[in-house]
Design a protein around this ligand. Sequence first.
Ligand code: 1DF
Ligand code: MN
Length: 357
Amino acid sequence: MSEPLTTGGGVGYLRIATEEAYAPPELIDLFRKTLETTGDIGFRSLMGHYLTSDAERPRFVRDRLQDAGEKRLSEMDAAGIDHAVLALTSPGTQVLGDGDAREIAAITNDRIAEATLTYPARFSGLAAVGFGDIPAAVKELERAVNSLGLKGLICNSHIKGHYLDEPRFYPVLEAAQALGVPVYLHPNTPNNDMIKPLVEAGLDGSIFGFGVETAMHLLRMITAGVFDRFPLLKVVVGHLGEALPYWLYRLDYMHAGQVKAKRYEAIKPLELKISEYFRRNIWLTTSGMPWAPTISYAREVVGADRVMYAMDYPYEYVPEEVRMQDALPLTPPELKQFYQDIAIDVFGLDEAVISGK
Ligand code: 1DF
Ligand code: MN
């Protein structure tokens, strides 16, 4: 029998989980209505499962998603999680009509803020916005950060088939940069134009399709020059970078070749190599990827100061995975950096509040 996992920092660090999903009941209701009408294949696959299946895991997920209080806290306690950074579950506002999206974003931000005020040592949160109305999105992000104390922006990948590298979204990125808060680029199912062969094979979701979609989204942002335009923009990406760290050499090599050959209008010279943006603008979390070889590799190629812990509750609630990460081949200061210090730094958390001191 192994010892229970404990909170409180007795192990030498606080465990801060940085990709933790929440949904207000109002969104669950809207998702159910959306399922009746939407043509979004990925949404039907994903939320069709989570909202209608009687199997144990989807029932657990839909119950726990809606809790930002005692139930979630007791499960955090049992897994040794001191603090959770909450964010609106995928696909969040991004399948809704503009009016509903704005409303759900505001409700979500208010509820998450309430949880952070009730349990300041246990919860922080990211802001949701409706991406259909950009001036309103900027205002809501500013309200969430400046008035509600939220710590970043959640973007659940594609926005009805659109991506953050498109200039219409620049004001949102500009606001995040100006506020000094990161954008968490979280997965969604691939958009309708790329999902077909994935969904027919049962590979559209978190098993693989999420990563295909989200890696492409981040790569589009880099190659479009988003980080040249917004050099201080911080992007956090889960699942250890959605496989992109494995590609860095090839991306640098092929990108340089394509620039030189002027093969595509969309591929332009960039100020840095693709791999260099990973070491300047991008942070990774270990959501769903608690495996030592991959974590060591990511630390080696993007930097030990850029790889931090995430659980992905309630989609992934496996206390054993905390033990796996406690057992990483790291020194005590490195473990503290991984579980605690990077998250405090990137999200601008208040260490005194989190440690309850
Ligand atoms: C799943 C995984 C669903 C993750 C998620 O949100 C999610 C899943 C709808 O397993 O279906 O955030 N995840 O990040 O790995
Ligand atoms: Mn997730």
